[in-house]
Design a protein around this ligand. Structure first.
Ligand code: SAH
Length: 211
């Protein structure tokens, strides 16, 4: 279903400088409509963020593609996502051949996405909890992606990165963020690149915003 719509979406992503074939192929295959409320299915392949209930949104496809590309992952890499939400971003990473760990702080969203992953056979490890402190048990990670806007860069996440890998995180105030890519050059040495003007729902937790 919606195969031609997905192809059109991928063409739009290419026009906006998404060049990583691993990313583009995943967008061709992952069915975004499965991650949306039924009533919004027909809008699934428009390049826009959409509401998924519980005051949250599924990120815009371009944003998902851009952030994923910035992780610069090799197949089989271990990736931590903060903010599971609909599960679409996690499913894209799984489709790319990554080992995916994802944390969600709202129980209802966590439970719904977990049921969807079980039903569709999407293999990712999902956890209910505060992702601002990372997931120590499986650290370090070859990439960490935060899909909610944070007031600052949580130290715990920087610590849980493999040397040479990237943390992609929107940082700013509650209404607008700068997408920040942190590269761990050496233990305790980080490079930072900033791409302005993205908007995310707030990251709430110990090293994020207060609820
Ligand atoms: N990656 C998601 C985007 C979901 S929106 C997708 O593909 O659809 C961001 C999500 O982050 C929301 O579901 C919100 O509840 C969650 N969130 C906010 N703060 C969090 C935290 N500290 N830990 C884990 N999840 C958090």
């Amino acid at each position: 279903m919606f195969e031609s719509e997905r192809k059109e979406l991928v063409e739009k992503l290419k026009e906006r400088k998404i060049t990583d074939n691993l990313v583009l192929d995943a967008f061709l295959r992952v069915e975004r409509h499965l991650f949306l409320p039924k009533a919004l299915e027909s809008h699934a392949y428009r390049d826009v963020a959409l509401p998924i209930g519980f005051g949250q949104t599924i990120s815009q496809p371009f944003t998902v593609a851009f952030m994923t590309q910035e992780l610069k992952l090799q197949k089989g890499a271990k990736v931590l996502e903060i903010g599971t939400g609909s599960g679409y971003q996690a499913a894209i990473l799984v489709e790319m051949g990554m080992k995916v760990f994802s944390i969600e702080r709202q129980f209802d969203i966590y439970a719904r996405t977990r049921a969807l992953f079980d039903e569709k056979g999407i293999h990712a490890l999902l956890k209910f909890g505060d992702g601002t402190i990372g997931w120590e048990e499986f650290a370090p990670y070859d990439g960490i992606i935060v899909t909610a806007g944070s007031p600052s860069i949580p130290n715990s996440l920087k610590k849980q990165l493999v040397v040479g890998s990237n943390l992609v995180i929107p940082v700013g105030d509650r209404s607008s963020q700068i997408l920040t890519v942190i590269t761990k050059v050496e233990e305790n040495i980080f490079n930072q690149k900033e791409i302005p003007s993205f908007t995310f729902v707030p990251l709430i937790g110990r090293e994020g915003w207060e609820s």
